[in-house]
Design a protein around this ligand. Sequence first.
Ligand code: DAK
Length: 257
Amino acid sequence: MTYTSILVEQRGHVGLITLNRPQALNALNRTLLMELMEALEAFDANPEIGAMVISGNEKAFAAGADIKEMAEASAVEMLERDTIGLFDRIRRIKKPVIAAVSGWALGGGCELAMSCDMIIASESARFGQPEITIGVIPGAGGTQRLTRTIGKALAMEMVLNNRTLTAQEALQFGLVNRVVPVERYLEEALTLAEEIASRAPLAVRLAKEAINAALETSLSEGLAAERRNFYLLFATEDQKEGMKAFIEKRKPQWKGK
Ligand code: DAK
């Protein structure tokens, strides 16, 4: 598959996708989003890969949806383009996806980072939902994911008044996992992804699914989903191997079965 707006490479057991429209601060046009989703789905189906990293460049993770592409669109055209349907494909990815964010993560760029499972930020990362400044509101989960993560008060300020968060603020409010110097943010994300990729694959997959259930269901349903996944893992060879290796005081050999 030849891509025009992203770079794709395999680093060990990690699939690395780099958004690559630097001239437009990685603005998310339809081609880029389509390529990103295809690359994620290909890595998800590749047994050699255990986790993925999405990155941009030092200056911009992504400065939002491509304003030039949608400026003249009608409501019906926006509906027919179904950008949100494209965006939503990331929710069906089963392996962990880590966003490595430096510079701008605005609008759809912030929404993309929040759609990932974890965020590693460089000290220069800036998070914002500036849609109000161009006469619209977030359309790919900004009002929902942001509010659930950082709370109503700050989400209101960000969405209604274009308040941006520094990397340190994003850490303080629980939006990102950690903040590291610009020179190290990608390496840090790749190391975290490689560590997760070295763990029992089915347990990782079912753990991600259970955590996401916490955000999408009631507590009882979430607890039931967790328990189902817990019991299900006793049907795997990796559970037998993991517990046997502990008792035998050796490192487990995972098979993903
Ligand atoms: N779209 C298109 N081009 C962009 C862009 C964007 N979002 N952001 C930057 N660029 C382009 C600039 O136009 C400029 O191109 P040239 O003029 O050189 O051709 C180039 O990138 C460099 O940008 P600047 O010259 O502006 O760079 P500065 O360092 O001066 O400023 C900035 C950086 C990030 C503060 C500024 O570029 C900026 O404010 N950018 C726009 C940020 C923004 O408003 N983002 C939100 C976009 S709305 C949907 C779901 C989601 C969404 C939409 C639909 N569906 C469900 C259908 C999401 C909406 C959004 O994200």
